[in-house]
Each structure stands twice: as C-alpha cells, then as structure tokens.
Design a protein around this ligand. Sequence first.
Ligand SMILES: [Zn+2]
Length: 377
Amino acid sequence: MTPDDVSDRAQQAREYESLHNRLFVLRLLLTALALAVFLFSDGSAALVQGLASRFGAWWPLTNGVYVVVAVFGFAALTFPLSYYEEHALEHRYDLSRQSFGGWLFDYFKGLVLEMALALVFFEVLYALLRWAPDSWWLFATAFYVAFTIGLSAVAPVLIMPLFHKFEPLDNPELVARVTEFAQRAGLKVTGVFRWGLAEKTATANAALAGLGRTRRIILGDTLLSGYTTDEILAVLAHELGHQRHHDLTRLLVVGTTLAGLGFYTAHLVLAKLVHAAGFAGPADIGSFPILVFCLLTFSLLTMPLVNAYSRRREYAADAYAVATLGAAAPLTAALEKLATQNLDDRTPPAWIEFLLHSHPSIARRVAAARAAEKHVG
Ligand SMILES: [Zn+2]
C-alpha cells in the first residue's frame, strides 16, 4: 500500500468507528423509548391481560408468549437499524461478502436463537419472582452462572456452527507448532479449528472458545490465508495467554458478581415502582419493561468497568505472547495487519476506548508489546 492508501484507510477506520458509536447510542435511545412507550401506553398491561384471559392459570404460557411477542416486536422495530449496521454499512466499507438474502437468513437464525434464549431466561426469572419474591435475585444469579457456563460450553459446537463452518486445522506444520507451543506452556489444547469466515466477511479474527471438553482455539480462514506463520503463531500465543491466565473464568467471576448486584438493584427498584405503575407485583410480567430497563441501565453503567478489566486481560495475553515468542515483532505485525483488515481505528478517542472498548486500541497494544519485549531475557 502507498502512504496515501494507508491514510485513506485510517480515515475510513475513523469514520467507521464513529458511525458505529452513533448507532450504539441510537439503539440505546430507541430501546429506552420503546420500553417507555410499551409501559406507559399500557400496551404491556393489555398484552398480559389478553394472554391471561386466554391461558388462565397457565402463567408460564402467558409469560412465554409475552416474551416472544416482546422480543419479536423489538426486533421488528429495530430492523432498519440492524439492516443498516450489519449489512449496508459492512458493504459500504467493503467488509461484507454476503448477499442481502444471505444476511437476512443469518439475521433470522440469530433472531430465533435470541428468542429461544430470552424465553428460557425470562421463564426462569419470572418463576423465581413468583416462588421466591424476597430472594429471587440470589437464585437468579445462580441461574445466570449456570446459563452462562452452559452457553459457553455449547457455543463452539451448537451455536457458532449455525453461522460459520468449522473444520480441524488442516495445516500439519502449524498444528505441530501449536501443539509444541501449548506443551511448552503446560497447556492442553483440545483442538485447533479453521473458522470459515471468508465466505461472509473480509475481516479476520481468532478466539479461544468453549469450556472443558469443548475448549478450543479457532482461527479465521481469513487469518490463515493472509498472515505469515510467525504472525499466526503470535495470534495463537495471545489466545494461549488467555487460557494460561484463566481469563474466561476470571470474566465469569466478574460477570457473576455484577449480575448479582444487577439483580439485587432490580429487586429494590421493582419493589418501589411496580405497585405505583399499577401491577399486582414484580412477578406480574406486565412490569417486564421496568425489569429490562433496570437490567440494561445497570449493565450500561458497569460496562466501562467490565471493559477496563477486559482490556487489562488483553494486555496480559499480549505480554504472554511476547514472552513466549521472545520478541514483539510478530505480534505487532499481526496486530497492525488485523487493524488494517478489520478497519479498526488505531487511535480512537481515549474516552470512547474507556467507555466502549473491550480491547485496547492497536496503537496502545503495539506500544505495550514493545515495552514488554524489554523484559524478555
Ligand atoms: Zn484477546
């Protein structure tokens, strides 16, 4: 690339980042507005009454249909936004390789999945609200942990294959290097998989996914095709760093603590507001907009905290990679390449990074990796 191309790409990345941030805020405002209208127009109460008059004592049925209608209604309302953000914008910046039909099919699969998860989650939550009105938040936290662990365990085998193809990595040299790498680090790698991203996107990615027997390293085919072996190993070393540091468990502990606090806050707010809003009690699913508003506000307010912690874990995984490789260059080269390919803003505004980013900016990661190199003997 010529210097002009590079600065064009950087300019595009800044635009792309800023558009996404605006869309994030827009989605938040739209969500708050939808919840308020649903609650204050008595639409929520009317829906519950209509369902309850049909299903009578079968409250799980009333609750279930209510959740499905709410999730579907919200998806319909925000469909133009989803289309713009996930399809139109990705094409405008040449990141997507999907047809509109292909994207729509994935969107519906995602929606059905989301609906199924919301159904299970809120059926349990409202059963707890009914059976344990004073201590539901404690049980809800325990349920949240089980739900998250279960989802993480099945994600690479049941959920991710719905959207992408996964195959065991077919590069014997790379598999041998990875296995040797992992052994030296004293880690058991249950599998290294090729992640079929290329048919849908121009972006590259890699991750550590699953729990226990489903724990695996997944490498985008977009990464495998465009990067040198050293760069791929650097990305792998970063993922192994996460595994070595038990980062999935750490994030689960943080998530659980915050979920507990969030449910308890919702418990206090519901007790204060539900009767005033004209509902029989917190177990009346008509008050769903209040519960969702509480949980969303709580997660929004604690998001900078979770992100700050996540960024620290990313730096630690990078430092691990540099120590394992004995040099920073392969990692920094891979990071620079990823930023260009994925249209990441290398130097986002500090306050945006602080509030919204789970990963440090590329410029900071590269600087930190070079500093870490000085400590490698
Ligand atoms: Zn990472």
